[in-house]
Design a protein around this ligand. Structure first.
Ligand SMILES: NC(=O)c1ccc[n+]([C@@H]2O[C@H](COP(=O)([O-])OP(=O)(O)OC[C@H]3O[C@@H](n4cnc5c(N)ncnc54)[C@H](O)[C@@H]3O)[C@@H](O)[C@H]2O)c1
Length: 330
């Protein structure tokens, strides 16, 4: 599917980990990018220079209207939101406000300004604890924590708006996103990240003392949870493909974004140990509230529809780029 024309992207959350990677890819391909971010968890240093940056909250209708009225965007990529499962368990209202209420105001304002194509960053955690080896888009949804519920609520809102013929959407359910840009232009900065690979890199570079395994009594091969890791550069390409499909075909769809490969926490630790001089300092800990036991994507829908193959689906590559980024951050 080719679109030769330069496209104009509106990207929320572009000062964050994934949004900044996607922004770099879009600019590399010659497109225009405007980023909306209030920097609540993002970092302005991650915003690529050629992008236009508006430091606003996505629910600030006045500021948003100004941006929407002075531009004609082809599509919105909506990354902005809060992402910590543990925090969402403590402060569920905050998660509903940021991930649902604010997002609703945002998309309603886009619709009022005739911006009707949206790619939304959802999460595999909407599936909860699927009772199968690989979970598909039409399997049961069972969000186990307020973060996942807030994301599912917004998915449903988009579907409702589509049914009223107001928008077309692509909902991307990310599995565990990891790694960094090959050129190390951007990566994960967040100081209090709960991402396993981020913490492993922090321990490997001496920024943290130890890695705590959250639960060793799960019903898995080694007792630790199993996840499907996708490299952020492959995920970025998926966004571009979906955005072009939306613009060209108006095809509203939901896709899983993973590799269909399950690695346990202990698998990740031992793969990391191969890349570093001294083994990670690891301690067994308690389960975290709201964590699933095993969640791996069935990726057939996206791969078949677009005849797509990932480029970076090796755990050592994912870990290496994450580690190189962490060293650069020092
Ligand atoms: N990282 C993952 O593994 C993962 C997995 C599944 C889904 N996701 C989803 O992907 C998206 C991006 O995640 P990330 O890892 O890049 O997170 P991130 O925290 O690095 O980025 C989120 C960005 O959104 C901005 N933001 C938040 N609320 C805002 C608001 N109201 N107005 C303007 N800006 C706001 C933050 O400042 C930040 O720059 C999120 O929606 C998240 O739920 C991420």
């Amino acid at each position: 599917m080719m679109i030769d024309k330069k496209l104009n992207f509106l990207l929320t959350g572009g000062a964050g980990y994934i949004g900044s990677h996607v922004a770099n890819l879009l600019l590399d391909k010659g497109h225009e990018v405007t980023i909306l971010d209030n920097l609540i968890t993002g970092d302005q240093r991650l915003i690529p220079k050629p992008a236009v940056f508006e430091n606003i909250d996505i629910s600030n209708k006045k500021d948003l209207n100004k941006v929407l009225k002075k531009n004609t965007f082809d599509v919105v990529l909506h990354f902005a939101g809060l992402i910590r499962v543990d925090e969402s368990v403590l402060y569920p209202e905050k998660y509903f406000e940021f991930n649902f209420t604010k997002a609703k105001i945002f998309i309603d304002t886009c619709i009022e300004n005739n911006l009707n194509n949206i790619v939304f960053s959802s999460t595999a955690s909407v599936y909860g604890n699927p009772n199968k080896d690989r979970v598909s888009e039409n399997d049961n949804l069972n969000p186990l924590n307020p973060y996942a519920k807030s994301k599912l609520n917004f998915e449903n809102y988009l579907i409702e708006k589509k049914n009223q013929n107001k928008i077309n959407y692509v909902i991307l359910r990310y599995f565990n996103v990891a790694g960094a840009d090959k050129k190390l232009r951007t990566g994960l900065i967040s100081k209090n990240s709960t991402h396993l690979i981020k913490i492993a890199c922090e321990v490997a570079t001496g920024k943290k003392k130890k890695l705590i395994i959250n639960g060793t009594d799960y019903n898995t091969k080694d007792g630790t949870p199993i996840r499907d890791f996708i490299h952020v550069s492959d995920l970025s390409e998926i966004h571009l493909i979906c955005a072009m499909d939306l613009i060209k075909n108006g095809n509203s769809q939901i896709y899983n974004c993973g590799y269909g490969k399950g690695y346990s926490v202990k698998d990740v630790i031992s793969e990391m140990n191969k890349l570093i001089p001294k083994n990670l300092n690891v301690e067994n800990g308690q389960r975290r509230n709201g964590d699933s036991e095993k969640i791996v994507a069935n990726t057939q829908k996206f791969c078949k529809h677009f005849n797509w193959k990932p480029k970076f689906d090796q755990l050592d590559y994912i870990l290496n780029t994450a580690l190189e980024w962490e060293k650069k951050l020092k």
